[in-house]
Design a protein. Structure first.
Length: 146
């Protein structure tokens, strides 16, 4: 096990990683809510809400990514290069290992769900844009000679 970043003891670095997982779980819950709000606003054609929601989603993702980068830096410092969360969890006591692994698994599922919601929203917005383009500009083949 290597030394953590300057200014942090190993215990503090591990605690920061574990706290980051909890913070990310809250962050992903908020992101899921924002993505659902974006979807509902899109369905209801509430276009005035979409720019604000997009800003909030971007800010949320930036926070989550900053914590991810910090976590990976700490994990690398604690467990070595090319190591992951499982290598870090292996350094913990059995009870902490079990709860941390469960928290990590839950976080991974939240990430997958946010990706799914984002794809759903993107698909809806793209379809709506395509339909609007057809309404405004017609279809290319509608008036094409036969």
């Amino acid at each position: 096990m290597t030394a953590p970043r300057k200014g942090l003891t190993r215990q503090e670095a591990v605690q920061r990683v574990l706290q980051g997982i909890q913070d990310d779980r809250r962050g992903y819950t908020e992101l899921m809510d924002l993505l659902e709000s974006q979807f509902q606003a899109s369905l209801r054609h509430q276009s005035a809400q979409l720019p604000l929601l997009a800003e909030q989603i971007i800010a949320s993702v930036e926070q989550l990514d900053a914590r991810r980068r910090q976590r990976m830096s700490l994990v690398t410092a604690l467990a070595g290069p090319k190591s992951g969360m499982q290598q870090l969890f292996a350094l913990l006591r059995p009870e902490a290992r079990a709860s941390s692994s469960a928290d990590w698994a839950a976080l991974e599922q939240m990430v997958l769900e946010c990706k799914r919601l984002n794809i759903r929203n993107s698909t809806l917005l793209t379809e709506q844009y395509t339909i609007m383009q057809r309404v405004l500009h017609g279809e290319e083949h509608t008036y094409a000679p036969g």
